[in-house]
Design a protein around this ligand. Sequence first.
Ligand code: COA
Length: 233
Amino acid sequence: MSARPPPTYASASTDPTSASAHSWVKPHPRRRLHPLGGSWLGFSGVENLVFPIITRRLVLRPWREADRADLAAMNADPEVMADLGGPLGRAESDAKLDRFTAAYERYGFCRWAVERDGEFLGYAGVMPSRPDHPLGPHHEIGWRLVRTAWGQGYATEAAGAALRDAQSRAGLGEVLAYTGPDNHRSQAVMDRLGLRRDPAHDFEASAGRIGRRRGLVWVSHPSKGSEELVFRA
Ligand SMILES: CC(C)(COP(=O)(O)OP(=O)(O)OC[C@H]1O[C@@H](n2cnc3c(N)ncnc32)[C@H](O)[C@@H]1OP(=O)(O)O)[C@@H](O)C(=O)NCCC(=O)NCCS
């Protein structure tokens, strides 16, 4: 069997003495089976989970306590949240960070904090679906950037790396992406990532504070989404 080509980004910092690595949230020390199928990550030891994903310009990393204020500021911005039910308060934003951290601890992937040169730009990454989602259990990739970081290709760069990581390192199969009919910027990211539009899976759901809304669905399969992912940004 031929070996898979290495990912094009530098992942899995192997320097256990790295100060930044130790300041990140540590994964739970026990291996767990992934509830949505696929082999569980295939790691030989949990220390392999402590890493940044490094792209040409960005670092994708697990969350730190110190990120709470930056995340809350982004989530409080009416322009960022225009298609997402309006600004979030601090408690809702903190709960989001807690969910991301819990996913990281449990599965080894999450919506990663994205930064450039130490500056917080937002997040991108894969999460398991909520239990009551109309599409049933699945994995979804999502992204959100601070307003000043739009228009520079960061969302596509970060999401592409997160998707490759989820489908190659973490061994996920199909990953979905969805957004509202009016969120043309997000739809453009899906297009640049080379995701396939899948109207058969469009859905309607009551999404908490967002209210009833239509979700347009895109899909990524590992064969198209990992090493072969093409950036069109
Ligand atoms: C959705 C969102 C992440 C998209 O961000 P974005 O910056 O438009 O997307 P990208 O990172 O792919 O950037 C592409 C743009 O950067 C430009 N760009 C500039 N320099 C670039 C570079 N070096 N490389 C690539 N693209 C570059 C592209 O030309 C493109 O510009 P355009 O929008 O004028 O066509 C952002 O609008 C956002 O956070 N929205 C609010 C949250 C949200 O709706 N999330 C999705 C919920 S489903």
